[in-house]
Ligand binder design. Structure first.
Ligand code: MG
Length: 173
């Protein structure tokens, strides 16, 4: 059985994942307004992924017979100076999320809660991927610099991203 402390922390994390979703939807809107529809699409997929993260945590609390308590979602930034700045903020944000996931793992360890540790391992791996993606985007954007053709190529490349239902949600209700 999950501890009250860990259940509360996962409840808080659900809010953080929803806030992430909202942040990425906001980035998507600003980038769309800047004319980069492909990059805006990439962020829209990111928005869907973050909602999925929240859904995975909701399912886990249900499996532990815990009530999910939804808190208000705080406001997000709505404008970024450049696409590069949005990519940089994405990496900074994901680093913070990694720290939050690590904190959940610490609580699971303190509780000697093997099921929770197992459950959280998926998120640990996911964060490695999230940070790597953001780092790659920053590197590509810096290489492109102020080359318009380069930005248009990146826009095209990111526009083909397809949302895939994360493994923990496949076969879930
Ligand atoms: Mg997430």
């Amino acid at each position: 059985m999950i501890s009250k402390k860990l259940a509360k922390a996962i409840n808080d994390q659900i809010n953080a994942e929803m806030w992430s979703a909202y942040l990425y939807l906001s980035m998507s809107q600003d980038i769309y307004a800047k004319g980069f529809k492909g990059i805006a699409h990439w962020y829209k997929v990111q928005f869907l992924e973050e909602q999925a993260h929240a859904a995975i945590m909701i399912n886990y609390l249900h499996s532990q017979d815990e009530k999910v308590i939804l808190a208000p979602i705080a406001k997000v930034q709505t404008e970024w100076k450049t696409v590069l700045k949005a990519f940089e903020d994405t990496l900074e944000h994901e680093k913070k999320v990694t720290a939050m996931i690590n904190n959940l793992c610490d609580i699971a360890d303190e509780d000697r809660d093997r099921a929770a540790a197992n459950f959280l391992a998926w998120f640990v791996d996911e964060q490695v991927e999230e940070e790597e993606n953001a780092r790659d985007l920053i590197a590509q954007c810096k290489m492109i610099g102020d080359n318009t053709n380069g930005m248009l190529m990146l826009d095209k490349e990111l526009g083909i991203r397809v949302y895939k239902t994360p493994a923990p949600l496949q076969n879930a209700e």
